[in-house]
Design a protein around this ligand. Structure first.
Ligand code: 0X9
Ligand code: ZN
Length: 464
């Protein structure tokens, strides 16, 4: 009983500092400094009620969950110096031990994008020689630079086209790059990045893949002979810029929610099982699903662009961090698609090739099994609503040493290994598609395809 009282006292103190007021960071003259913020890692939370008690901290000022509290796993909590004591008291009351894994994130922030500090190792230098645009991938680039990179590629290579597929809430253009060596109606692979603003390695990797696909080497030429590629390097363009100018830890879009807290989690905003588990009705939460499915111009534009291209056979979306190869569905537990094993088999090929590059290990499975159930994600929508058979979400490097603040000298190796995973998977998919073309009607895949083409859970409700 005493324990419970304690929890209420501690939570009461924390609650008095929630951010349920207009978000002041919108007017910051300089970026939020994060000086003195530390990253705590709890021990695995062994009971549901422990996870629930910690979840009360969600959306409070000075607190950012890098890993949401869930039963049977540890939670990473970034905390301001002002909240540190309160959180530690709460953890003590709950009987949950923790380590301070990053003392002051300001130090990492200063280093993550500093080419001088992130001097390349021999391996990275070696790698960099293979990349035509050397210095571009030495650091995390801003939105304009990535957009210009894509436009320049399009102006220099006749196989590349750049298209503006829509405007963000703040009026920034969302760019789609198509890479096609021509020669008829090929199957296509869709890749997107930058759904979550602070996951900088994601747009960097998507852009790196653009570079690799156009480098005219045999590996990329062979890929382009089998597939067209569509790449949106940054979906959440406003949020991404905000992480460079205002708040490095921003996750959501920058839409105005009727004057209350800013932003919607774009990966809770897609129209497949929208607003179900693992998303929030609270505009101040980092996992706010928005007022309706596709309320965000960013998710709506990308969904429309995908739907307009029925030849897409593989959908890949890049997030970070944790090194996971996620297979649908993510919206709830035990909701595997009928062809789940086929999806796993193809992913395994990609994962093996990725890991063979530098030994980076990935875990493969559904989001509810490896992370948590979360509805409204783009991967689920791609499979369940757009009918793209092979849809995956990749949580890129690392597993938590740097988390979102992955030093920029890891862009090139992350790009290399991810490209290798993609290339191996594309090759295998090409073989599979060829086999299907020659299979007689009534073969074993007919039912699975039927299932795919009559998706349940939302398509009718959320017409694009
Ligand atoms: O929570 C997410 O949106 C993704 N993880 S992240 O740490 N990058 O935020 C995982 C999404 C997995 N897919 C679905 N739940 N549909
Ligand atoms: Zn993400």
């Amino acid at each position: 009983m005493m324990g419970m009282t304690w929890i209420f006292v501690v939570v009461g103190v924390l609650a008095s500092t929630t951010s349920a007021v207009p978000y002041p960071g919108d007017f910051l003259p300089t970026p939020k400094s994060y000086s003195g913020y530390s990253l705590l890692r709890t021990e695995p939370l062994l009971r549901e009620d422990l996870a629930r008690s910690l979840l009360i901290l969600d959306g409070m000022r000075g607190i950012h969950f890098w890993k949401y509290p869930l039963v049977n796993r540890s939670s990473d909590i970034l905390t301001s110096p002002a909240q540190l004591e309160h959180i530690q008291a709460l953890l003590a009351t709950l009987g949950v031990s923790h380590d301070v894994i990053i003392d002051d994130v300001k130090d990492l922030l200063a280093k993550e994008n500093d080419v001088g500090v992130n001097g390349y190792s021999a391996l990275e230098e070696e790698l960099e020689r293979a990349v035509p645009d050397k210095s571009f991938f030495q650091r995390y680039q801003r939105y304009e630079a990535i957009k210009n990179y894509a436009k320049t590629l399009a102006s220099q290579d006749s196989r590349v086209t750049y298209e503006n597929i829509g405007s963000s809430s703040e009026g920034k253009e969302i760019g789609l790059v198509k890479i096609s060596s021509g020669g008829g109606n090929k199957p296509a692979i869709w890749i997107d990045g930058g759904m979550h603003a602070r996951e900088w390695i994601s747009p960097a990797t998507a852009t790196y893949i653009m570079s690799k696909l156009t480098n005219k080497e045999p590996a990329s030429e062979s890929l382009l002979s089998s597939f067209d590629f569509y790449i949106v390097p940054i979906i959440n363009v406003d949020g991404y810029e905000w992480t460079h100018t205002g708040d490095r830890m921003w996750r959501k879009t920058r839409s105005r929610n009727n004057g209350r807290c800013i932003g919607v989690d774009p990966n809770r905003n897609w129209g497949f099982h929208w607003a179900e588990q693992g998303s929030s009705t609270d505009p101040c939460s980092d996992i706010y699903h928005g007022p309706r499915a596709f309320s965000e111009p960013e998710t709506l534009s990308v969904a429309r662009a995908i739907k307009a291209r029925p030849n897409i056979k593989l959908y890949l979306t890049f997030h970070s961090y944790s090194q996971l190869w996620l297979v649908p569905y993510g919206y709830a537990r035990n909701t595997r698609p009928v062809d789940y094993n086929e999806l796993v088999r193809l992913a395994q090929v990609g994962k093996n090739a990725l890991s063979a590059t530098y030994g980076t290990s990935y875990r493969l499975g559904t989001a509810p099994d490896l992370l948590y159930p979360a509805a409204g994600g783009s991967d689920d929508w791609a499979k369940g609503s757009a009918g793209i058979k092979y849809a995956y979400c990749l949580e890129l490097r690392d597993t938590g040493r740097y988390g979102f603040l992955l030093p920029s000298n890891q862009i090139v190796p992350t790009g290399e290994e991810t490209f290798n995973g993609l290339a191996a998977m594309a090759k295998e998919l090409h073989r599979t598609l060829k086999k299907q073309q020659t299979r007689p009607v009534g073969g074993p895949y007919v039912n699975a395809d039927k299932e795919l083409n009559s998706p349940s859970g939302g398509e009718a409700e959320y017409k694009l």
